[in-house]
Design a protein around this ligand. Structure first.
Ligand SMILES: Cc1cc2nc3c(=O)[nH]c(=O)nc-3n(C[C@H](O)[C@H](O)[C@H](O)COP(=O)(O)OP(=O)(O)OC[C@H]3O[C@@H](n4cnc5c(N)ncnc54)[C@H](O)[C@@H]3O)c2cc1C
Length: 409
C-alpha cells in the first residue's frame, strides 16, 4: 500500500459520530471522505445535552467555539416529582460543572451542534463531505456507494484504507462483515416537541420548571426532560413512555393518546403543558447489543449508534460517539503499521466504558419510572444525598479523559 492510500479514511454517515471522527482523523494528518445518504445535512431530533466528557473533546477538536454562541450552560439538573412538582434533587452545573469536570455542561439544538461540526469540517481541507451518497455494500478492496439524485452507483477503491461505519442505529456497514446483528426495539417511545419560550406552552413550562436548568419530571412509567435551546429562545421537551413499535426515524407518528395516558395522574399543570406543546413527534428507541464486534472485518470499524446504540436515559449516546471518534483516531494513528491490532486495542479500551454508560442509563430509567414503595425509597435517597455527593457520583462519567495512546493530545 503506498503512503497516500494508507492515509485515507472513508466514513459512512455525517451525524455526530461521522463528523467527529472525520475531524479527529484529519487532525492526525489523514485524508477523509465522508459519505452521507441524506441529500441535505439535517440534524435529527431537537435538543441535545452535552456533558463535560463530550465538550472537552469538542474543545480539543476545535468545535466548541463554533457551538458556544448558540448553546446554553444550564445552572443545574433538577429532578421533580411529576405529580406534586416538588423538587427531589439538584445537581449543580454552570460554573460548578466546569470547575469540577474541567469542561462545560451544555444544552443545544441539534442543528447548532451539526452546524458547529460542519463549520470546523469546512475549515479542514483534508475532509470532503459527499451528501446524497449511501454506502450500500463492500466487496474485497472496494466500497459501493449509491449516489442519490440519479447519478447512479460509484465504486470507490478502498484497498488498504479504513472504513468507519458511523451510520447510526440502523447501520448498513454493521452487516458488511456478514454479521446478522440487528438493532432491537426497546419497547419505549421518545416524544419530542420544541416550544418557543414566548409561546403559551413556553409560559406554561416556565410556571413549573426553571428555564435555565435541565428539569426532569419523574412519574411511574413516564418521565419528561425539559431544557432551553437556541440561546434560551425555545425549550426542548422530550418525554418517554412505553409504546408499540412505530416507523423508524425522528418524525414518527404515534397515537398521542399514549402520551396523554402516560401523564394521567401527574400534576394538572404538567398535563396542560403536554397538551399545549403538541403536536409531538415520536421516535422508537432502538438499541444495539454492545457485545457484538465493532471491528466487522479488518479495516472496517463501527462507532457511535452503529456500534452500541443505547437508551437515552443517561443522555450519553452522542457523548459516547464523540469519545469513540477521538479514541479510534488516536489508536489507529499510534499504530499505523498494525491496523488490526490498533482496532482490537481500541475496542478493548472502549467496551467497559460504553457498557458502564449504558448501565447508568438503565439504572436511571428504573429509578425515574419507579412507582409505589420504590419511588418513596428513591425520593428518600435523593433527599438524603447532598448535591455535592450527587455530582461526585458522576465523576467517572463526566471527568473521563481519553487514554494516552501516545498520539492523543
Ligand atoms: C430522544 C433521544 C434523546 C437523546 N438525547 C441525547 C443527549 O441528550 N445526549 C447524548 O449524548 N445523546 C443523546 N441521545 C443519543 C444520540 O442522539 C445518539 O447516540 C447520536 O445521535 C448517535 O450519533 P451517530 O452519529 O452515531 O448516529 P446518527 O445521528 O443516527 O447519524 C447517522 C448518520 O448516518 C447516515 N447514514 C445512515 N446509513 C447510511 C449509509 N448506508 N450511507 C451513508 N450514510 C448513512 C444517516 O443519514 C445519519 O446522518 C438521544 C437519543 C434519543 C433517541
Amino acid at each position: 500500500m503506498d503512503d497516500t492510500r494508507s492515509r485515507q479514511v472513508f466514513i459512512a454517515g455525517a451525524g455526530v459520530a461521522g463528523l467527529s471522527v472525520a475531524i479527529a482523523f484529519a487532525e492526525h494528518g489523514y485524508v477523509v471522505n465522508v459519505f452521507e445518504q441524506a441529500q441535505h445535512l439535517e440534524a435529527a431530533g431537537a435538543g441535545i445535552q452535552l456533558s463535560p466528557n463530550a465538550t472537552r473533546i469538542l474543545r480539543q477538536l476545535g468545535v466548541l467555539d463554533h457551538l458556544l454562541p448558540a448553546a446554553v450552560r444550564p445552572d443545574a439538573v433538577v429532578l421533580r416529582d411529576a405529580t406534586t412538582l416538588r423538587e427531589l434533587a439538584r445537581v449543580p452545573l454552570g460554573q460548578a460543572a466546569e470547575a469540577r469536570w474541567g469542561a462545560p455542561y451544555l444544552v443545544a439544538h441539534r442543528a447548532d451542534l451539526q452546524s458547529a461540526l460542519m463549520a470546523r469540517v469546512t475549515g479542514m481541507p483534508d475532509i470532503r463531505v459527499n451528501p446524497g451518497a449511501q454506502v450500500s455494500s463492500v466487496a474485497p478492496g472496494s466500497l459501493v456507494v449509491t449516489m442519490r439524485a440519479g447519478v447512479g452507483r460509484k465504486i470507490v477503491d478502498t484497498e488498504g484504507f479504513l472504513l468507519v461505519g458511523a451510520d447510526g442505529v440502523w447501520s448498513a456497514v454493521r452487516r458488511f462483515g456478514g454479521t446478522t446483528a440487528q438493532s432491537r426495539f426497546s419497547g419505549e417511545l421518545a416524544w419530542r416537541a420544541t416550544i418557543p419560550a414566548d409561546s403559551v406552552a413556553g409560559t406554561a413550562f416556565a410556571a413549573i420548571g426553571a428555564t435555565d436548568c435541565v428539569t426532569t419530571f419523574l412519574h411511574s412509567g413516564f418521565h419528561m426532560v425539559a431544557y432551553p435551546v437556541s440561546n434560551g429562545a425555545a425549550f426542548n421537551l422530550a418525554a418517554f413512555t412505553k409504546g408499540e413499535r412505530i416507523a423508524e426515524g425522528w418524525s414518527g407518528n404515534a397515537d398521542a393518546k399514549i402520551l396523554a395516558s402516560a401523564t394521567h395522574r401527574t400534576s394538572p399543570a404538567l398535563m396542560r403543558l403536554v397538551e399545549l406543546a403538541g403536536p409531538w413527534t415520536a421516535w422508537p428507541i432502538h438499541t444495539v447489543d454492545p457485545k457484538q464486534p465493532w471491528t466487522v472485518q479488518d479495516g472496517i470499524a463501527l462507532i457511535g449508534d452503529a456500534a452500541h446504540a443505547m437508551t437515552p436515559f443517561a443522555a450519553q449516546g452522542a457523548a459516547m460517539a464523540i469519545e469513540d471518534a477521538v479514541t479510534l483516531a488516536g489508536f489507529v494513528a499510534a499504530s499505523p503499521a498494525d491496523r488490526l491490532g490498533a482496532l482490537a486495542s481500541w475496542e478493548q479500551s472502549r467496551r467497559p466504558r460504553v457498557a458502564q454508560a449504558a448501565r447508568r442509563g438503565a439504572v436511571n430509567r428504573l429509578a425515574w419510572h419507579a412507582a409505589g414503595p420504590l419511588a418513596l425509597a428513591r425520593n428518600l435517597f435523593l433527599k438524603m444525598r447532598p448535591p455535592e455527593k450527587l455530582a461526585a457520583d458522576l465523576d467517572w462519567l463526566y471527568g473521563w479523559r481519553a487514554p494516552d495512546t501516545g498520539e492523543i493530545g
